[in-house]
Design a protein around this ligand. Structure first.
Ligand SMILES: [Zn+2]
Length: 403
């Protein structure tokens, strides 16, 4: 297959090079066959964009057959991948590119050019890599840090370019003449280069699909600034994706603003205050429970069982702070001079009186082995997870058997 490809130059005329808005076209199949579980067709001309340069492929139809993926071969052919065969080589076929997906890619790719251009102009940053995905677009810059003010300035400038409705041109320039153009990114390619010019904004060599005017991009919103491999990565939304994100955020903040009876802009301060109140209240509840611990221990100690091997208390308890549970088990054990087993949700908490020769850690080990639980502890206290609240009696019998 590869040898055959190398015998001839790339055959597919890429219609999107000159007409990125073209969605329907007529073509002839020049090669077809199987590719793994799927089928492929190479056409003499195609408006389908193959995955390359950080931009995802188009989808659509060839005849009635759905195109699920479009890839570029080493020899430069565009392979349309389908779930069933389209037609034999030599047949004529109609192609139809999925409009919504193409439009999304055009907007997102153009938004990336605008953002790359304004970050270069305002902050002198070079675009290192680009990811244009289903969920969001991302640009990696040669920076180790970006301030919120820098990000906001770039976003505002990018949206101004959108509002200015700047024309976007596709130029075909010979590589010898390209040095006369103020390219944002130098290129080592030779021959005829495809240059994307955003008037008063950007010049760059690129083979992707773009809008014909910056206004078509719609709103641009930077949604995250992250560090990746020591560099800064910004994530952004554009067009419908930005509007959908705005709608989700509007609904959420509007609902919060009504339930907390404050303006949207006051929400962060209000929520921070509420979080502080919750922390204080939790501490107060903890202190109150700690204060009540001796009374609770005395109450639980009344459930003592007497056995030859040891006296014990085994109870299901609720409303006990996890940090205080061990302390409570220890206090109960001391009061009855035996051991206490508290079952709190799925956790067994063991406490042992130091006046006895019992060992909580050994009890936990025996119980873990007999009842397939996980945990451990020291001589005075131990904890086990994964307990069943209906098996408390079984657990106690297993402890008594191990003594
Ligand atoms: Zn591009």
């Amino acid at each position: 297959m590869r040898k055959k490809d190398l015998k001839r130059p790339a055959l597919t005329e890429r219609l999107y090079y000159k007409e990125p808005g073209l969605l329907e076209f007529e073509a002839r199949i020049i090669e077809s066959g199987r590719q793994g579980d799927h089928y492929f067709s190479v056409l003499d001309r195609s408006a389908f964009y193959p995955t390359s340069g950080g931009q995802l492929h188009d989808t659509g139809h060839l005849g009635d057959v759905k195109v699920v993926e479009v890839v570029e071969t080493d020899s430069g052919d565009v392979r349309h991948i389908t779930l069933s065969p389209v037609a034999h080589a030599g047949s004529a076929v109609s192609g139809r590119v999925d409009r919504a997906r193409r439009q999304r890619h055009r907007r997102q790719h153009t938004a990336q050019h605008i953002l790359s251009a304004v970050f270069a102009k305002l902050h002198d940053l070079d675009t290192q890599s680009v990811h244009l995905g289903e969920e969001y677009g991302a640009i990696e810059f040669n920076a180790t840090a970006l301030t919120p003010e820098q990000v906001e300035a770039a976003e505002q400038s990018a949206n101004s370019k959108v509002l200015d409705a700047l024309p976007i041109e596709i130029l075909f320039v010979e590589s010898e003449e390209v040095s006369q153009l103020p390219l944002r990114r130098p290129t080592s390619r030779t021959g005829t280069l495809r240059i994307i010019r955003i008037v008063d904004c950007d010049y760059v060599a690129c083979g992707g699909t773009h809008c014909s005017n910056t206004a078509e991009v719609g709103p641009i919103k930077i949604t995250a600034v992250e560090k990746a491999r020591g560099r800064i990565l910004i994530k952004f939304l554009s067009g419908r994706q930005a509007l959908e994100d705005y709608a989700v955020r509007f609904t959420a903040t509007d609902s919060m603003s009504r339930s907390l009876t404050c303006a949207v802009e006051d929400l962060p301060e209000k929520i921070e205050k509420m979080a502080g109140d919750i922390r204080r209240l939790k501490k107060q509840v903890y202190e109150a429970r700690k204060h009540l611990l001796p009374a609770r221990a005395s109450e639980l100690a009344t459930f003592v069982h007497h056995r030859d091997k040891a006296d014990y208390v085994a109870v299901l308890v609720k409303d006990v702070d996890p940090v205080l549970a061990s302390k409570l088990a220890g206090m109960v054990a001391d009061l009855i001079e035996g051991f206490a087993v508290l079952l709190i949700e799925e956790r067994l908490v063991l406490g042992v009186c130091e006046k006895t020769d019992l060992h909580a850690g050994n009890m936990a080990r025996a119980l873990a082995q007999a009842k397939d639980l996980k945990g451990g502890g020291n001589s005075r206290q131990a904890q086990l997870g994964g307990a069943d609240c209906k098996k408390l009696e079984e657990y106690v019998e297993a402890i008594l058997d191990s003594l």
